[in-house]
Each structure stands twice: as C-alpha cells, then as structure tokens.
Design a protein around this ligand. Structure first.
Ligand SMILES: [Zn+2]
Length: 432
C-alpha cells in the first residue's frame, strides 16, 4: 500500500459537500488493516475522505499549511466497524424473547407471532433506533436484512450507513413474482431505480422454494448486487434437506406452506445451493454452523464470503461455527450481530470478543480484520470502508489503550478495550 500522502485535490467530495480544512490525526498506533500497525502514525483527512496515512513525522512535513493536528494520545486509530448481518426491523423486539433459547424451533415459535404483529410503522421506528445503536457501537456500515417494510427508507440518522438487503421467503411460492407480492415488487423496483437497494436474498433453504432462490440470485446478478442467505444454521435444516422430515417440515405443515410431494435433495445445504447455481463471489453465506469438509471446499472454490454470528448461534443453542475452517482456507469472512431477537446488543466488539474466546486457534488479528476489512469485503464496499487508505471515507475510531500494553497482541487489546466502551469516534462517518 502507498503510505505516502496523496494530492489534496484527489479527495472526492459528495454532491453539495463543502470542502473542509485538512486534519491530521496523530495516534500511538494506526491500524490500517492492510499493513502492519504503524507506531506514532497519522491519518490525514479532508471533507469526509482519507487523504494520506503514514508515520506522523514524515506526514506532518508534507501537509498543507492550513492543516489542523489532532492528537489521540495512547490510542489506536482504526477504521470504524462493518456489521455484515443484522435485521434492524426487529430492533423493537429487544428483550421480548428470553435468551438463551433451548433450540431454533422453539425460538421461531416465539418469534413468529411477535414478527407478525409488527406494523410497517413500528419497523421503520425500529430501523431508526437500530441505526442509532449501531452508531453507538462504533459501526460505520451494516448489511441490513429487510422483508420489505423498510427497503425504501432512506437513512434518517446521519450516523451508521445501511446496505438494505431485500430478503424473500416462500416455500410454497412457484416463482419470484408471487413470493414478492405487488407491494414489495413496487418497492424493489423503486429501490433498484434509485440505486438504493444494497442486495437481494433468500431467507433459507427450508423456507424458500428452489425456483425463488434461483430467480432472486439471478436478479441480483442482473443488477450487480450481493446475494445473501441464512445457511446451515441449525440441525433441523440439515435433517430437512436430507430426509424432508423434522422440525422444518412440521413448521411448514403447521403454516400451510408444505408442498405435498416435495422431494428432499438428500444433500447438505451448501451442496444444494451449489446445485441451484447460486454460489459465487457475490454470495454471502450467513451462519455456516454445520458444514462438512466438502462443504467448506465448495464455499472456497466458489469464492463465497461467510458471515458468522456466534452469539446468535449460542443464544439459539444451534451449535458453534468452526471459524478456523474458513480462516485456514482464506475464505473471506466477517462477523454479524444478527438481530435483537436473538442477541442482546448490536456490538461487533462484543461479537468479536465472544468469538475470539470460543475460537482460540484463530488469531486476534483475524478477528479485528473480520470486523473491519472482512466486513467491507463481504459486502463489496472496500472502496469506502474497512481499512485506512487514501480515497476511503474517514469513518475512523480511536480505541484508548491501557498504560502498559503487556504481552497480549495489540489487536486483542483493541477488541477488549472496544468492548469495554473505551473508544470514541475520531470523525463522524458522514459529512454533516
Ligand atoms: Zn439473520
């Protein structure tokens, strides 16, 4: 990476944005997430963008005369976090489902009536609340699953940016049009026209029919969008695809969505999705708790990204994802909090700390990368987020370090301090 200052005139401005004076942020450590940590480093920003990064002394001497220097002593500067999977429409369900739950099916039984009772307006209110919470949790950007009610919502709070992903569901639906319905179809068309739809998705293999999964992925390909799906989250899903029986079948029958004569593919969820032709480098696989060695090979060979949600998995008692399997195959992976219906907060620092403790074979460096660069890569927003590099947005945070760093890796200390609330926004992620 070029650590030299780029030309100030190279800074891209948003439409209507007034150019501002450059600011040089100096810190004990700068975590670019692309290069080793910079001791006594600095980041030059202007008008919402990073202009340059490097050693403080070298950078200071090359800054324009009007540059303001801001010191962040005893801090590590790092890119603000990227949450790769959440459902902000469900923020209002916080505390309404006791956690932990005994299993996925029981949790779903509790969730469904609460979900059905949410009005469109309450989901919009929940979205705003969720965005504020993410901002308070050092998050610059989130991938937000919506089932339609908030797809058209513009970010109302100029804090955390949101990539809305429209998720379809419908095991009994023969095609995408019938799964969407007229109202959601109209919202989708409007969002596609306005360029505000961040991605498309199917809920899961057991809740969405094969033609709908295929068609929604095809639509994502047509529009160059991300495709997301919950996959291999729990053993009921594995059983259903193998034998067509179990809790998923029971649920579909209870809801009147079961298709008599439906033949289970007799394969794993990953193999099933591969057979449907929906796995590629713009596919984001969420959860991946129950994957075989062969499944991991498929994920790696197709270039998919994976988002792990370890605390949600623990709260629903569905098992523990083997993060090391993704790490050792260089599969791009990120972390997500999932929603407040299956998690107690939307903190990625907390998610990373919990994951780090239960996956000691994966290094703290990789967890810090997962909540920054990994998230940006999974969502294909590396041009703006995930690392400190000239041209990217200046969505930066400063994590306060203890007086003595001790023997723990710097990245581990940063994650724990972040989880203890020892951080601040260096710069608001959006121009005000
Ligand atoms: Zn989810």
């Amino acid at each position: 990476m070029d650590l030299q200052p780029g030309p100030i005139r190279g800074t891209r401005l948003r439409t209507g944005e007034v150019p501002r004076s450059p600011v040089l942020h100096r810190a004990a450590w700068v975590m670019t997430m692309e290069e080793p940590p910079l001791c006594d480093g600095a980041v030059l920003t202007q008008s919402g963008r990073i202009v340059a990064v490097g050693a403080f002394r070298a950078l200071r001497s090359r800054c324009p005369a009007q540059t303001t220097v801001r010191d962040h002593p005893d801090c590590a500067l790092l890119p603000a976090l990227v949450n790769a999977h959440t459902h902000l429409e469900l923020t209002g369900l916080e505390g309404q489902i006791a956690l932990p739950q005994p299993g996925f099916a029981r949790w779903l039984e509790e969730l469904m009536p609460l979900r059905r009772a949410l009005s469109a307006q309450s989901q919009k209110t929940a979205l705003e609340d969720g965005e504020r919470r993410l901002f308070q949790e050092a998050t610059a950007l989130c991938a937000d699953i919506t089932n339609g009610a908030t797809l058209a919502c513009r970010d109302s709070f100029s804090g955390t940016e949101r990539t809305p992903i429209l998720e379809v569901i419908g095991f009994d639906r023969p095609d995408l049009e019938s799964a969407l319905g007229l109202e959601v179809r109209a919202s989708l068309d409007a969002a596609l026209g306005a360029g505000t739809c961040g991605g498309l998705g199917a809920h899961a293999c057991y809740s969405t029919s094969p033609p709908v999964i295929r068609e929604i992925k095809e639509a994502a390909r047509t529009h160059g969008l991300l495709f997301s799906i919950h996959v291999a989250e729990h053993e009921d899903e594995i059983e259903f695809l193998q034998t067509g029986t179990g809790a998923c079948r029971d649920l579909l029958e209870k809801l009147g969505k079961w298709i008599p004569g439906w033949e289970p593919p007799g394969s794993t969820p990953i193999q099933y999705l591969d057979d449907l032709g929906v796995l590629d480098e713009r596919t984001l696989l969420v959860h991946c708790v129950h994957l075989t060695r062969q499944d991991w090979q498929i994920v790696a060979s197709r270039g998919c990204s994976v988002c792990f949600c370890p605390r949600s998995n623990r709260n629903l008692n569905v098992g523990r994802a083997e993060i090391a399997r993704a790490a050792e195959r260089n599969i791009p992976w990120a972390l997500g909090t999932d929603s407040l219906a299956s998690n107690r907060d939307l903190s990625l620092f907390a998610e990373a700390c919990a994951a780090m403790e239960s996956n000691p074979q994966v290094s703290p460096d990789e967890f810090l990368r997962a909540v920054t660069r990994g998230g940006a890569r999974a969502l294909h927003v590396q041009q703006d987020y995930g690392s400190i590099r000239p041209g990217k947005r200046d969505a930066l945070i400063a994590v306060s370090l203890p007086a003595s760093l001790g023997k723990a890796p710097l990245s581990e200390t940063i994650l724990y301090r972040g989880n203890e609330g020892e951080w601040t926004w260096v710069h608001h992620p959006r121009p005000d």
